[in-house]
Ligand binder design. Structure first.
Ligand code: NAD
Length: 471
């Protein structure tokens, strides 16, 4: 029986391994993590992450061929294939701070693999890492153990949070990069054999190691670039009277461009887009490609600009001050169908409003109160690109209340900011909400999900991204 061990039981490691276990009943899959609380949650009815369909998959396999454990060394030493899916956040200090990814977790995982291995291993990079990481990992492994052969593969993950299970069950492609040596290709084939249980042959792409590592960064950069492109257009639409939805529709009908990822919004978030573009920017700078670095950095600058623009619009529309006013924040997660708040635009928008002394009443169907308070009280790292949003502090967090539904959040509010596109916000009783708000009642729709005409008929003053302000 092939044994797989995955180091890192997070948003990627957990769902990915659950799907491998589901589709490969004859493979024994163990997910390990140093976080006791995370592993306890994976072994309970309250999984540590919210992802549609995940509960069912885990329930079906857990205890049969899917296990979660904190006994990292034991399961790593017994495995044939080791996935490494640890976090690779942006460095906050030292060389490359603010751009380069922090590879400490990766390095300690690699050193631990070398220490405990007594048989040959295939080590799979699942985390998103800089190009050439496999070379560094190879060195760590081979210098720290003897008589053991390691094959390093790059198998970046393309799932999107909120649709992770669907993405894993039906991926656009699976990418496997390996050494072009006979042993390297044998390892590529071993991993292909795992995915072939459910992924059609023509969707499994094999490349060299460096192409696979770079493709992940490139894919996220292209996706984020599309969002920044349409958001940049949204500013121009507001200035000229064009409607960004109509422009996106017209542009997206061109089959060379396509309609996906063309929704204007308050900005992108999530743990990956910004981090991976900064990673790309850093690699470009290290290779002396200054103009290429500047090109990709602009994607993040436009995203920051969009968040600032949104905050400024809220404040300027409400008679140039939100001081002492209650603003309802609907949605805090960075997108719908996830409870993940990493880099969510809601953090910057809330901080901007708190900076102007607003009182915030926040509702999100999946994000816990503690998480929101933690996000808003953290010191924001001072990137070297300009983010003008004001950092919050513990005092400002006293101006925040977290409530249990949208009606409570909006009661007696002067304005509403919709920051996550949760389906339930589309079907709210806006007449009831209007009746219970201070007047004039404002709606700032950061996700363009409300029926603007209907809300204006009720009496709201509505601001949508990239749309004409007049009724
Ligand atoms: P995460 O923070 O949710 O999970 C990482 C886990 O690794 C944590 O639970 C942590 O405790 C554990 N860990 C760290 N060091 C460890 C060690 N030495 N031994 C055992 N466990 C250790 O992160 P994530 O969102 O799952 O992302 C993991 C990687 O996948 C990152 O590189 C990320 O860029 C990439 N990725 C993320 C997504 C996404 O949507 N979240 C998508 C594609 C790729």
């Amino acid at each position: 029986m092939v044994k797989i061990c995955c180091i890192g039981a997070g948003y990627v490691g957990g769902p990915t391994m659950a799907v491998i276990a589901l589709k490969c009943p004859k493979i024994l899959v163990t997910v390990v993590d140093i976080s006791i609380s995370r592993i306890t949650a994976w072994n309970s009815d309250q999984l540590p992450i919210y992802e549609p369909g995940l509960d069912e998959v885990v329930k079906q396999c857990r205890g049969k061929n899917l296990f979660f454990s904190t006994d990292v060394e034991k399961h790593v030493s017994e495995a044939d294939i080791i996935f490494v899916s640890v976090n690779t956040p942006t460095k906050t200090r030292g060389l490359g701070a603010g751009k380069a990814p922090e590879l400490t977790y990766w390095e300690s995982a690699a050193r631990m693999i070398a220490n405990v291995s007594t048989s040959n291993k295939i080590v799979v990079e699942k985390s998103t890492v800089p190009v050439k990481t496999a070379e560094a990992v190879e060195r760590i492994l081979t210098f720290n153990s003897s008589n053991i052969s390691y094959q390093i593969l790059s198998n970046p993950e393309f799932l999107a949070e909120g649709t992770a299970i669907q993405d894993l069950l039906n991926p656009d492609r699976v990418l496997i990069g390996g050494r072009e040596t006979p042993d390297g290709q044998k390892a590529v084939q071993a991993l292909k054999d795992v995915y072939s249980h459910w992924v059609p042959e023509d969707r499994i792409i094999t490349t060299n190691l460096w192409s696979a590592e770079l493709s992940k960064l490139a894919a996220n950069a292209f996706l984020a670039q599309r969002i920044s492109s349409v958001n940049a257009m949204s500013a121009l639409c507001e200035a000229t009277g064009a409607n960004v939805s109509q422009v996106s529709n017209a542009v997206g009908k061109d089959t060379r461009i396509g309609p996906k990822f063309l929704n204007a919004s308050v900005g992108f978030g999530g743990s990956c887009f910004q981090k991976d573009i900064l990673n790309l920017v850093y690699i470009c700078e290290c290779n002396g490609l200054t103009e290429v670095a500047k090109y990709w950095e602009q994607v993040i600058k436009v995203n920051d600009y969009q968040k600032n623009r949104f905050v400024n619009r809220v404040v300027s529309s409400m008679f140039n001050t939100v001081s002492g006013k209650k603003i309802a924040i609907l949605g805090f997660a960075f997108k719908k169908d996830t409870g993940d708040t990493r880099e969510t635009p809601a953090i910057d928008v809330c901080r901007g409003l708190l900076g102007d002394k607003a009182w915030l009443s926040i509702y999100d169907p999946q994000v816990a109160e503690d998480q929101i308070k933690k996000d808003l009280s953290m010191n924001k790292f001072d990137w070297d690109h300009p983010v003008h949003l004001q950092p919050s502090n513990t005092a400002a967090v006293n101006q925040v209340s977290i409530v249990g539904d949208a009606y409570e959040a909006t009661k007696d509010a002067h304005g509403i900011c919709i920051l996550t596109e949760w389906d339930e916000f589309k079907t709210l009783d806006f007449q009831k909400i209007f009746d219970n708000m201070k007047k004039p009642a404002f709606v700032f729709d950061g996700r363009n999900i409300v029926n603007v005409k209907k809300l204006r008929e009720i009496g709201f003053i509505v601001y949508s991204i990239g749309k004409p302000l007049d009724p």
